[in-house]
Design a protein around this ligand. Structure first.
Ligand code: SF4
Length: 228
């Protein structure tokens, strides 16, 4: 992400509920991370400035990215996501080693032609941002869509990410104003030839219940790699 946008995000205070929640989690900490200093601020997007794939997730996890300061790291969702990216050749070998306990902002993780963002950049209570908070943060997603002109694939993780992206995309890119129906693996081509690709979010809620399996996520990543 362009440095200035990242700096703007880190300093953002538009959603007082989320800012205070992230700080509270950072003070109280989880026992396993009690000796760590939590980031406890809005988390900027992470990845390759020449991205051809923009992954849009939901929100930083309270003890994951809100702790590490890097998108999708430090929790089980990140472990799943980076493992699939590594297998698809979309990040370096550090992607295989993103266990929550060892992932660290200086572990050398690098994405290849991929940028990862969220519909909100702050950790919400119970992982549930309000509509207003998503609206507040959509300005950053809008700037990313505008700045990352090489992006060919918007890979959305879950229904809320799809809705957030859809509302933010320029209307002239859409063949229909209607929100596409979400299903795992669904592809929607935009008028300018770019793609929206849908995947279930690799949250524990989805992975524990096997709604999302490792082969399913690997397949989506493979498709993203071919569309880019
Ligand atoms: S969620 Fe987005 S808009 Fe709200 S405070 Fe965080 S960075 Fe700012």
């Amino acid at each position: 992400m362009a440095k200035t946008i990242s700096e703007e995000i880190i300093k953002c205070k538009r959603c007082p509920r989320l800012i205070s929640h992230g700080q509270k989690v950072g003070r109280e900490k989880r026992k396993a991370f009690i000796h760590e200093k939590y980031w406890a601020k809005p988390v900027p997007s992470f990845g390759d400035l020449k991205a051809r794939i923009l992954i849009v997730g939901l929100a930083p996890a309270a003890h994951g990215a809100n702790r590490t300061g890097r998108m999708f790291t430090g929790d089980q969702s990140g472990l799943w996501l980076y493992r699939a990216l590594e297998k698809a050749g979309l990040c370096n070998s550090a992607g295989k080693k993103q266990e929550p306990e060892t992932a660290h902002i200086h572990d050398g993780l690098q994405l290849k032609k991929v940028m990862i963002t969220n519909v909100v950049h702050c950790a919400p209570p119970e992982n549930k941002p309000t509509k207003e908070e998503i609206q507040n943060c959509s300005e950053y997603l809008r700037q990313e869509i505008e700045n990352f002109k090489d992006v060919r694939v918007y890979l959305v993780l879950g229904q809320i990410a799809l809705r957030g992206l859809w509302k933010t995309l320029p209307d002239e890119w859409k063949s229909s104003p209607n929100l596409p129906k979400f299903s795992h693996g669904k592809k929607v081509q935009l008028k300018n030839g770019k793609w929206i690709l849908c995947s279930y979010h690799p949250s524990q809620q989805n992975t524990f219940t096997k709604r999302l399996t490792e082969p399913m996520l690997d397949e989506v990543m493979k498709v993203a790699g071919t569309l880019k």
